[in-house]
Ligand binder design. Sequence first.
Ligand code: UD1
Ligand code: CA
Length: 409
Amino acid sequence: MAKPTAAIILAAGKSTRMVTDLPKVLHEVCGRPMLAYVIDACRAAGIARVLCVVGYRQEDVKAAFAGESGLTFVEQPEQRGTGHAVVVCRDALGDFQGNVMVIAGDMPLLRSETLELLISTHNQENAAVTLATAVLDDPTGYGRIVRDQYGNLEGIIEEGDCTDEQRKIKEVNPSYYLFDHQWLFEALAQVRPNNVKGEYYLTDALHILVHGGHRAIAITAVPAEDAMGINSREEVATVGRIMQNRIQRNLMTQGVTIVDPPNTWIDVRAQIGQDTVIHPFSYIHGRVQIGRRCSVGPFAYLREGTVLKDDVVVGVFTELKNSTLAEGARARHLSYIGDAEIGRRVNVGAGTLFANFDGQRIHRAQVGDDTYIGNGAILVAPIAIKPREQIAHGSVVRAGNGNSRGGGA
Ligand code: UD1
Ligand code: CA
């Protein structure tokens, strides 16, 4: 039987270059905190037990992932380096025996397939440590992979500690490590902060294992794109764009038409059915569910909690939030639909507004099947409109007053 694998995600860093009060790993990429992608990739690779090393504003990180099972947060009170970050997890691992994956929390483009390959190679080769590396045109900023004349791994040298020759190496360490649990902690006990930064480097554990005669291998398995870590706002945007392309490509594979991909933004949590068409300049944010054969946009804004059943049309300058449009409903122009339950085949006329907020509380509205709402109507929630009603153009409709035509009630 294969050895079990636990994961340690390094996420304690403060990240000065982000210029932020928020922990870096909570910055969002396509609608989710970047750390969520790393946790998900571990899960998808079959890792049940995940430890996350936190430091800077750890309460915020914990709160963002409250309720995730099999996730333990370990505090690293002072950031004394990646090696130290792993050492602080030792107690939390308890009597765990098996492989320990160590991975950075700021690389949301990682893929579970790469982690799976890392695990299977490590087990087959019976190594003390296995790395997955990347080859980059521009290796600046990364630790370099040093191999001997036969291609055997010798270790990782941090950029600041490289010779001019070593700095030219294009094979880098994107921080995908898989260690045998026992050798990991034995090696870390020998790591000293004798480098330009004065930190305990996890990468030094590699040299120690290699020099101790242990089997250490490196597979060039990380696509260059995936190796991009986030250290600045600009990188949040760059990684976000790459992730957005992946999300859209995936949806198109499932039969969704996206007319103008660069001018469309779709949250990673959104679900969209086959033969739906997303027109340009649509912004779909949050856990939005869209059925089959719908038409969305151009210029539609769908927010958290929007559910479109099959054959729904949401057109230009229409905003939806926390609302369901049942089969065949249409809201073609200039509407705000918030906290509403719209029935089948309802026509929401141009400029219709749902007044869901009274200054203190949000209220819900219901519109029965086959109702026709004329142009420029205001439906004041809480309200329930029966099926097959006709609401005249320009109405202000409140509970109790039925359909008050022509303005203020
Ligand atoms: C590290 C690697 C380097 C690799 C690069 C990109 C080391 C010594 N170097 O360098 O080889 O190419 O990542 O993958 O590991 N962190 C903590 N606690 C700490 C220090 C760091 O949790 O005390 C976390 C950070 O939040 C971050 C990750 O570890 O998520 C990497 O730390 P960072 O300081 O960015 O390392 P690099 O200098 O980029
Ligand atoms: Ca980094």
